[in-house]
Design a protein around this ligand. Structure first.
Ligand code: GAL
Length: 956
């Protein structure tokens, strides 16, 4: 009996892990019509945000990001899958550990998010090769075409990734809702290729609608190929109206109005990638990118897109950007951080952009008629021409949605109007006001739970039926006037609990007039309807609300930093929430008397989470029928200082006597590369199987004695360099080349990429004997293939030309040695220290000495530190370089063996590096190893310290 009970209990616990209460996804068939997607017969407005698992190599943190998406009202996540991340060599694929995409898709489902699966094969994404593995550079045949070499390669990838995606589709009870082929495929017109991607997907069991993301304008794929072979079922369009000029965040919409085009009459408008951040092309730091794409931009552009185009499918790029750890960056566009100025920072912190997503996301989630609307005549804005309106209505319910904004989209002033509104329930004249670079979506004729919202010039955040009454949250700009009209069969009783709200009843209309200030509270009872608690706040107040579903109905919460999930059991509401010391308020059914924070019912049941931090909050009931209390402060955190550094110089490869007998002979005279070699032998690193990170070359030559100069060309990608020695003597360094990066096929390739000319000092050459040139080249990663011309992607890396007068040189090359099975192909390069494990925590460095000033070449510095962060708290840790980054050196940063980033004056503006939990042991010993490559004598990087990005009590 006992055994039976424990089996039953175990079954119950397993079930509990499958579904977060109230976040269960609807399964079944995915269809669509001209209005929206439909899942199992239910229309949905798709509100998705992009996430790159390969930029957060800590699977234990994926649920945190997904729960944060869900808590902002997102119902989907868009996932690129990076071919390069999984495949170190042809035929070799790895989906384990940080590359476990089954786990990723389970985590999305667990958080209640649908998935747009985007396996490419080409993904762009500012990642190395645009997602193409570098070995593909050596495969004959134009990439992104149906040429046989490329076709065999991409089919290999698709047949590995597709079956994984297929088993997580909605039809299988999983989260995958859409499947995206290719990426902004616009220059080629290879319909057979586009068709084959779809045929392969179908053959591998993909049954959801297939989409593709078109780029930018009508010349792109889905407009040209709307039908016939290669046409895609449900295409969408990418829009980046704010550009990537983060240095000028006040410039408004330099790339246009940002209205997503409707591509075909039979499909919904799908904003497949809508700008929600930016790459930092100007190296000004991501805070500026967050400003460029901040709440004002989001309010204006996103709401415009919603109402002017009637779009019902949105995917915002990025929701969380992450880190280009290891050699993940496409070096011409990005440095280590891929924070992207997104709503959630690289260190998983929520920003004001997150609040704006939440305000819009809750609205989309709460108001079902938005999924099906047609354009209608819009209300007049009497008294001013500065403002204008656009409107849509749901043809079944009549519910109207009115966009109110400035006529001149760049206007910065505040203007008021009286809206002359022919709403479904009557004709209303209501005051409204809009500040510059803002936009409001106003609702009329809406069955709001048990209420009838006739019209309002406040925006609707959300509404919830809680304990037999409706609780609705309206909001507007602080100080602006607003009015709301509700319909009743008879005069209701109105009690203003807080704030200054005037109520008047006439002919079935209850009209409330007010200014948006703080959080006003109005209780309406009688009038033939169930009670209504109306909360009317400013934008800021609205942003403080959280909505969570429970099996017994929704709850609303104010004042926590986050609510991940909630459950109501008897007299207790339990919140899985992140908190600081603050007043919190919970709107829950009247039976609830107690509030406990810190427990995630589903996961605790599955014993996946630590409950030691659970907190009983002492609460008191309020006149609004809610409970308030004050949450505890998180325990303070003290981080250790980084001391006890030990250093050791390397680069024996520079010494003439170094044994390179086991290095690869570089003697090819031909290459598959479309870029012809300038000198022979071919020295392109990829041709010898060395694809990522630093490279060494050693060239032996018998000197005539009359040589005067070493002439080299190296292509590294932007931010790269190379260092040169002759017979052990350092000759100097040069910047690596980028080669023609114009993207313009008419532009001839740069004849002299990354040149370096090094005079040979008198007396250094040994005439008639073996002389050795040693070259250390930083391969910064591979170009993308954004315009599908193949040439940019296939640009070689490493030395592309080398000569010492006319004297023949015999070359050897060495890159990464072996594969790091845990960290994957993109973590480790070919430095001596990397080849011999100096970056690994286990390496015995006891004999190393205290650091001194650095000579040109490579020096490693290592230290360890111990952490014991408070349990039940989320304290993301970073590493800060306090000095100014100097072009004299570049630093590879290894945390417990993982290459977490690169620092240096030539790399980018970044001085703080995220050390994500998972790679970081939050309760144990950690090893930091820095590989410093100095181009000239230098003191090296300045003092380093650990810091906390935040400190919350958390159920992360
Ligand atoms: C899009 C592309 C994305 C990303 C973005 C800029 O054109 O599809 O992969 O590169 O631009 O961040």
């Amino acid at each position: 009996m006992r055994r039976l009970l424990s089996v039953l209990l175990a079954m119950l616990l397993t079930c509990a892990t499958l579904v977060v209460p109230g976040h269960a996804l609807t399964g079944g068939e995915v269809t669509y019509d001209k209005y929206s997607l439909t899942v199992d017969g239910r229309r949905i407005v798709l509100q998705s945000a992009e996430f790159h698992y390969f930029r957060l190599p800590s699977p234990e943190l994926w649920p945190d990001v997904f729960e944060k998406f869900r808590a902002a009202g997102f119902n989907a996540v868009s996932l690129y899958f990076s071919w390069a991340y999984h495949s170190p060599a042809p035929g070799v694929y790895d989906f384990t550990g940080v590359r476990d995409v089954d786990r990723l898709l389970r985590a999305a489902r667990q958080a209640g998010l649908y998935v747009i699966a985007r396996p490419g094969p080409y993904i762009n994404a500012e990642t190395t090769g645009g997602g193409f593995p570098a070995w593909l550079k050596t495969v004959p045949g134009r990439a992104r075409s149906s040429e046989p070499g490329y076709q065999a390669a991409y089919r290999e990838w698709l047949h590995r990734i597709n079956p994984i995606i297929a088993r997580h589709q909605v039809s299988e009870g999983g989260p995958v809702l859409l499947y995206n082929v290719e990426n902004e495929y616009q220059v080629n017109t290879d319909a057979a290729y586009m068709q084959d991607l779809q045929d392969q997907a179908r053959a591998d069991g993909i049954d959801v609608p297939i989409t593709t993301n078109d780029c930018c304008d009508a010349g792109s794929w889905s407009s040209t190929w709307a039908s016939g072979p290669g046409a895609v079922q449900l295409p969408g369009v990418d829009d980046y109206p704010q550009s990537f000029e983060c240095a000028t965040p006040d410039v408004w919409g330099p790339w246009g109005e940002g209205l997503t085009e409707k591509l075909r009459d039979d499909i919904p408008v799908f904003a497949a990638e809508y700008q929600a951040g930016a790459i930092d092309l100007g190296n000004v730091g991501y805070d500026k990118c967050r400003e460029l794409t901040g709440p004002a931009y989001m309010k204006y552009f996103y709401k415009n897109n919603l109402i002017q185009t009637g779009a019902t499918m949105f995917s915002y790029y990025m929701g969380y950007g992450g880190t280009n750890w290891g050699w993940l960056a496409q070096p011409n566009d990005v440095y280590t951080s891929y924070d992207y100025g997104a709503a959630i920072t690289e260190a998983r912190q929520l920003t004001p952009k997150y609040d704006e997503f939440k305000r819009q996301g809750y609205f989309l989630e709460s108001v079902a008629p938005l999924a099906k609307t047609d354009a209608i005549a819009s209300p007049a804005t009497s008294g001013t021409a500065a403002l204008s309106t656009t409107a849509r209505a749901n043809p079944d319910t009549g519910t109207q949605f009115v966009l109110l904004r400035h006529t001149d989209r760049a206007a910065t002033g505040t203007d008021g109007t009286t809206l002359d509104w022919a709403a479904p329930d009557g004709h209303y004249r209501l005051p409204a006001q809009v500040k510059g670079r803002d936009a409001h979506v106003l609702v009329a004729g809406y069955d709001l739970g048990g209420q009838r919202l006739a019209a309002s010039t406040s925006e609707l955040l959300t509404h919830a039926a809680i304990g037999g009454r409706d609780v609705a949250v309206l909001y507007g700009t602080a100080g602006s006037p607003g009015a709301t009209v509700l319909r009743y069969a008879s005069q209701p009783s109105v009690k203003v609990l807080e704030g200054a709200v005037r109520a008047a009843y006439s002919g079935g209309d209850l009209r409330l007039d007010y200014a948006h200030e703080g959080l006003a509270r109005v209780l309406v009872t009688g009038g033939g309807r169930r009670p209504l608690l109306l909360l009317i706040g400013t934008d800021e107040e609205a942003g403080r609300f959280w909505r969570a579903s429970t099996p017994t109905g929704p709850v609303l919460v104010r004042g926590t930093e986050l609510v991940r999930s909630a459950a109501v059991n008897g007299d207790t509401v339990r919140l899985s929430a992140d908190t600081v010391a603050a007043e919190v308020e919970v709107f829950a059914p009247p039976s609830v008397r107690r509030l406990r924070i810190g427990q995630d019912t589903a996961r605790v049941a599955a014993q996946e989470r630590d409950t030691s931090g659970e907190e009983e909050v002492r609460v008191t009931p309020t006149a609004s029928g809610s409970l308030t209390g004050v949450t505890r402060a998180p325990a303070p955190v003290r981080l250790p200082e980084l001391t006890g550094w030990r250093a050791h110089a390397e680069a024996p490869e520079a010494a003439p006597g170094f044994d390179d007998s086991r290095w690869t002979v570089a003697d090819h005279t031909t290459t598959n590369s479309p870029h012809p070699p300038r000198t022979l032998p071919v020295l392109y690193a990829d041709d010898y199987g060395y694809h990522y990170g630093n490279l060494w070359y050693r060239g032996h030559f018998t000197a005539t004695g009359s040589e005067t100069r070493v002439d080299l060309n190296a292509i590294t990608g932007l931010r790269g360099d190379y260092l040169v020695w002759l017979n052990g003597r350092y000759l100097g360094s040069a910047a690596g080349g980028v080669q023609a990066d114009s993207g313009d096929q008419a532009t001839p390739p740069n004849p002299d990429p990354g040149p370096g000319h090094f005079d040979i000092p008198a007396g250094l050459l040994k005439a008639g004997k073996d002389n050795v040139i040693s070259v250390l080249v930083a391969n910064m990663g591979h170009n993308d293939d954004w315009i599908a011309d193949d040439l940019r992607f296939k640009q070689p890396r490493g030395l592309v030309a080398a000569s010492v007068g006319a004297t023949p040189i015999a070359w050897k090359i060495q890159g990464t040695a072996g594969q790091d099975k845990v960290r994957g192909p993109l973590s480790t390069g070919g430095l001596y220290g990397e080849r011999t494990g100096w970056h690994l925590p286990t390496y015995p460095d006891k004999s190393w000495k205290a650091p001194t000033a650095l000579a040109p070449g490579v020096t490693w510095q290592r230290t360890t530190f111990r952490l014991d962060l408070p349990k039940g708290q989320d304290v993301p840790i970073g590493l800060r370089f306090s000095g100014d980054p100097s072009p004299a050196y570049r630093v590879l940063i290894f945390l417990n063996g993982w290459n977490v980033g690169q620092y240096g004056g030539d790399i980018g503006p970044q001085r703080e590096f995220s050390l994500p939990a998972g790679l970081l042991d939050e309760h144990g010993n950690n090893t930091l190893a820095l590989a410093v490559t100095a181009e000239r004598p230098t003191a090296g990087p300045g003092p380093l310290s650990l810091f906390a990005y935040g400190n919350l009590r958390s159920t992360r």
